[in-house]
Design a protein around this ligand. Structure first.
Ligand code: KQY
Length: 379
C-alpha cells in the first residue's frame, strides 16, 4: 500500500536521482487505443515488446495492460516480465506515472504530479485523461511506495535531473499557459525544486520542432551524467530545428549547474526530417477529442528520446541514414553500457519515443557510511 504524504520531498530530505544511476526496475504501459496507434495498435505493440525485452535484459520490468489486452501481453512478453492489469487512457508512463525520489538513508518515495494529457482542454491530445491521472497512484500501491501529490500539472518527460541538484526543462512546456496558468516562473521553479529536491533549474527555450507535448525536454536534451548533456542537433540551417537546437546549445554553454560547473554539450544527429505517410495516417482511427494525425505531418523524431537502464542504453531506430551514427555516439558516451537500437517508428507515430514509454524505479542510494565523498563529475 502507498500512504499519501502531506509534506514535500525536499522538506523530508528526498530528491530525484539521475536516470543514469542504478535502477530496481522499469515500468511500461502496453499500447492499445486505436485513435493513437495505427492498425489496432499491433505494429506499436511489436515495438513496445522489443523495448521491453531490451530493458528486461538489464533490469526487472513491470508492464501495465488493460483487461482486454492482459492475456495477449502476458502471452507475448517474456516470463520474467511482470504484467499487471490496470485501466489507463494511453501508454505514456513517463508522463502519467510516478517520479521516484530517494534519500540519503536508502529510502524511496515518489511524486504523483497532476496529469492533463499535455495541455488539458487547451491543446491537450485526448479527452478524458482521468485514468492516466490515477496511474501513479496505482503503480505506487503495487510498489508499496509512499507518495507526495504535487500541486503542479507536470509530465515526467518535461524534466531531466542530474541527481546532484540540477533540473533541465523547457520554457515552451513548463511555462506554457496550458499547464499551470496561475503560476509565475519563480513559483514553478520553487515547486520543481520542492518536489524533485533540485536546487537549480536550467531553462532551455523551445523543445523539438512540432513536438506535440509543447516541447518536452526529454526529446531535446538529457543528462549523460552531471556536467554532460546530449542534445538533438541538425547542421541544416534551413531546417526549423536548427534555431531551436542552437538556442539550447548556447543556453547550456552559458549556464552553470547546481555545483557551479559548466556543461559539456554532445550532439546527436536529428533523424529525418520524418513525416507521417498516407498509409500510416489511414490506419489511425479518427475520433472527436483526440489529436488528428494526417499524412504529411512532420514527426518530432529524436535520438535523445532513449532510455538509460542500469546496464543498457535502449535507443530508437528512426532513419537508416543516421541510426548507426547515433548508436556510435551513444556507445562512446556510455562505454560501460550496452547500446541497443530498437525500431521505433511506430512509437514515434504515437507522438513520443522510448524515453516517453518507460519509467525507472531508482535503487535507493547506499547509506552515507558506504558512499564515497564528492559528486560524480568527470566519471
Ligand atoms: O515526451 C514524452 N515524454 C511523451 C510524449 C507523449 C506523446 C503523446 N502522444
Amino acid at each position: 500500500m502507498s500512504r499519501l504524504l502531506t509534506s514535500t520531498p525536499r522538506k523530508d530530505g528526498f530528491f530525484m536521482p539521475g536516470e543514469f544511476e542504478p535502477h530496481d526496475g522499469t515500468w511500461v504501459i502496453w499500447p492499445e487505443r486505436t485513435d493513437v496507434w495505427r492498425l489496432g495498435a499491433k505494429p506499436a505493440q511489436r515495438e513496445f515488446a522489443q523495448v521491453i525485452e531490451a530493458v528486461a535484459g538489464s533490469e526487472h520490468v513491470s508492464v501495465v495492460a488493460s483487461r482486454d489486452q492482459w492475456d495477449h501481453a502476458r502471452t507475448v512478453l517474456p516470463p520474467e516480465v511482470r504484467v499487471v492489469e490496470m485501466t489507463t487512457n494511453d501508454a505514456w508512463i513517463r508522463d502519467s506515472g510516478p517520479t521516484f525520489v530517494v534519500d540519503a538513508d536508502g529510502h524511496r518515495r515518489a511524486v504523483d504530479w497532476r496529469f492533463t494529457a499535455w495541455g488539458g482542454l487547451e491543446g491537450g491530445l485526448y479527452f478524458p485523461w482521468d485514468q492516466d491521472d490515477l496511474v501513479a497512484r496505482k503503480v505506487l500501491d503495487i510498489e508499496g511506495t509512499d507518495r507526495y501529490r504535487a500541486p503542479l500539472v507536470l509530465e515526467g518527460g518535461s524534466i531531466h535531473v542530474d541527481g546532484e541538484g540540477t533540473l533541465l526543462a523547457t520554457e515552451e512546456c513548463l511555462l506554457n499557459p496550458n499547464r499551470n496558468p496561475t503560476l509565475e516562473r519563480s513559483q514553478i521553479e520553487a515547486l520543481l525544486c520542492e518536489y524533485t529536491g533540485a536546487e537549480k533549474v536550467v531553462w532551455l527555450g523551445r523543445g523539438v520542432y512540432l513536438d506535440e507535448t509543447s516541447g518536452h525536454v526529454d526529446n531535446l536534451a538529457c543528462f549523460v551524467r552531471p556536467g554532460v548533456v546530449v542534445l538533438d542537433w541538425t547542421e541544416d540551417r534551413d531546417d526549423p530545428q536548427f534555431e531551436v537546437s542552437l538556442d539550447a546549445r548556447r543556453r547550456l554553454e552559458a549556464a552553470t549547474d547546481a555545483s557551479g560547473g559548466g556543461f559539456e554539450v554532445v550532439t546527436l544527429p536529428m533523424p529525418g526530417p520524418l513525416e507521417i505517410t498516407e498509409e500510416e495516417a489511414w490506419g489511425i482511427d479518427e475520433v472527436e477529442g483526440t489529436k488528428p494525425r494526417p499524412p504529411g505531418n512532420r514527426l518530432a523524431g529524436s535520438y535523445v528520446n532513449y532510455y538509460t537502464s542500469t546496464t543498457r542504453i535502449v535507443y530508437p531506430l528512426l532513419d537508416e541514414r543516421t541510426d548507426d551514427e547515433a548508436g556510435e555516439i551513444l556507445q562512446r558516451l556510455y562505454p560501460e553500457r550496452e547500446v541497443i537500437g530498437v525500431p521505433a517508428r511506430e512509437i514515434l507515430l504515437g507522438g513520443g519515443n522510448i524515453h516517453c514509454i518507460t519509467q525507472q524505479v531508482p535503487r535507493p542510494r547506499p547509506t552515507p557510511s558506504v558512499t564515497s565523498p564528492g559528486g560524480s563529475r568527470g566519471g
